[in-house]
Design a protein around this ligand. Structure first.
Ligand code: URA
Length: 239
């Protein structure tokens, strides 16, 4: 038996303190009944519902942040037997990636077995921010940067406003390094945005997903998300 607020926090729904607030506010049910006392204890067989979301008390939720290397596919399996992001993580749980990065894109990707969170984060309405750094051919001019910021047409539809900055231009190699923060997740979005302004992306890296940074993770390395980080992801899908 464990304290209700601890179980809610451990399941990654929110922090322990926020869980206490939710309990006091009458937003938590155990086996269908509202429980407002903070000392309440629950068993692993109890059904816990927070803000109308049923938490799977028996499931061992896992959340990873992986720095995806190149030449790895962002899915659970591949018919061509290429290495997948799931192959890189040592776990017995059936985890899957939240969203996709192209085969040749590197960087931040989250994997989990928490289907509720994954579906919410992948839904376009979640507006999750993603920061990319793209190395592209040629000089990306100030005018083109403005075009990317205000939106370019890809697949017949204008992209949403984005934060875009030229970080560097190397005259010798004639290549630009551009940082973009976007909130959409359309297919090959960054490559297509540059295609729309006639620049080819040579290298693409996602540096941040929902403000989770790759700090110290080399390509192929991963770490567990902290309870606090999972709670932040949950707060993002509730907005
Ligand atoms: N945009 C792309 O073009 N590719 C990715 O992998 C991610 C975003």
């Amino acid at each position: 038996m464990e304290r209700l607020q601890k179980v809610i926090a451990n399941l990654g729904y929110t922090s322990r303190r926020k869980a206490e607030e939710l309990i006091i506010a009458g937003k938590v049910k155990v086996n269908g009944e509202i429980v407002k006392e903070l000392g309440a204890k629950v068993k692993s067989t109890d059904t816990i519902e927070v803000e109308d979301v049923i938490l799977d008390n028996n499931k061992n939720y896992e959340y990873y942040l992986l720095n995806k290397p190149r030449e790895v596919i962002s899915s659970v399996s591949d018919e061509h037997k290429r290495k997948t992001v799931v192959d890189l993580i040592n776990t017995k749980e059936r985890i899957y990636p939240i969203g996709r990065l192209d085969y040749d894109t590197t960087g931040a990707i989250i994997l989990t077995n928490d289907g509720y969170l994954a579906n919410k984060l992948m839904h376009p309405s979640s507006n999750i921010s993603k920061k990319y750094v793209a190395k592209v051919n040629g000089l990306v001019t100030g005018y083109e940067i403005k075009q990317l910021r205000s939106g370019v047409i890809i697949d017949g539809k204008k992209t949403a406003k984005a934060k875009v900055n030229l970080k560097k231009y190397d005259k010798k190699t004639d290549k630009s390094l551009v940082e973009l923060v976007i909130h959409e997740g359309r297919n090959h979005q960054v490559k297509k945005m540059f295609e729309a302004i006639n620049h080819e992306v040579i290298k693409l890296k996602r540096e941040e997903y929902a403000n989770l940074k790759l700090t110290n993770l080399k390509p192929g390395e991963y770490r567990h998300l902290t309870n606090k980080e999972v709670a932040i992801l949950y707060s993002l899908i509730k907005k």
